[in-house]
Ligand binder design. Sequence first.
Ligand SMILES: C[S@@+](CC[C@H](N)C(=O)[O-])C[C@H]1O[C@@H](n2cnc3c(N)ncnc32)[C@H](O)[C@@H]1O
Length: 351
Amino acid sequence: MGKKKKRSREETEPELAAEQTKSLDGDSKKKKTKTKNPNADKEMTRSVSTVSIALPGSIIDNAQSLELATRLAGQIARAATIFRIDEVVVFENRRGSGNDSAVNNSSGGDESGAAFLIRILQYLETPQYLRKSLFPKHGNLRYVGMLPPLDAPHHLRKHEWAPFREGVTLKEKSPHVKGTMVDVGLSQNVVVDQVLDPGVRVTVAMGSDRNLESDLPRQVVSSSKPREEAGMYWGYRVRYASNISSVFHECPFQGGYDYLIGTSEHGLVINSSELKLPSFRHLLIAFGGLAGLEECTEADNEYKGKNVRDAFNIYLNTCPHQGSRTIRTEEAMFISLQYFQEPINRAVRRT
Ligand SMILES: C[S@@+](CC[C@H](N)C(=O)[O-])C[C@H]1O[C@@H](n2cnc3c(N)ncnc32)[C@H](O)[C@@H]1O
């Protein structure tokens, strides 16, 4: 990592922070975050339902160049955003997997496919105006500039007003009020009422006062608030898992995932209009890599020797009439997330 300390959205949220640190630094010791968004803990107990996706980082290892690996990560970020995914879990799916990737880190060493994918996914999810403060320079970010932007609702332009804005806390003190100055990507910084360390990503409720000259402090809120209060899609979080069983067991949402879907060409064929998902709080949809989810469960001690179907509530083929012998993971994500859209909407409406 570079000199500047990055505090991403995950680092302000404890469970996610620990996993994130593990993957990017190659250090399995959970790092204690000195400062965090004080409202972030509440987020895990909210009543909104969430949809997570999981995919293996090894799909990056098959890309033949850094540019192609970057494009692939960009497609995954686009799919997650288009389909309003709340959490992307990137897992390892090979024994001893790690540094067999074609992607290099800034110090010239290898970065695993999972670490690479996490970095790009997080970078793209971060509003443009915050990237410089939150992401130290890194060799593997070389081609991100050529990717299409996510254009998510929280990626606001300088002139746009919205009830919430993502921001980064600053060192600079407010001359008049106790609190913290935050850069929310407007022509002037705003003040929030909490005292926070610099370099923390926060979600700010902008309130009704549009006068940026005013010292009226704004409030730091949970990043799930825009969705709960205004129904706005507010981006995805990224989590690292060391194998597929950790994807399931280390769920950051209270109560864990309550419905697990596996996708495969060997899955059940059910017409999307007839698929009845149960009401859920936290749904997870898993995708496999080159050799499918079978390979992922086979590499995991908990599922070794078992039928891959036992790991999921339902195992589905979402593209039964495929013309190509193989559908790639990134293609399957678009196909499957479109397939699940209506069944998910029906299930959420029943909740
Ligand atoms: C290259 S494919 C792996 C091929 C493997 N034989 C399989 O299980 O589908 C990579 C991933 O794309 C997804 N996928 C591919 N074809 C699919 C299909 N027809 N229906 C649902 N998912 C599919 C699955 O998540 C799969 O693990």
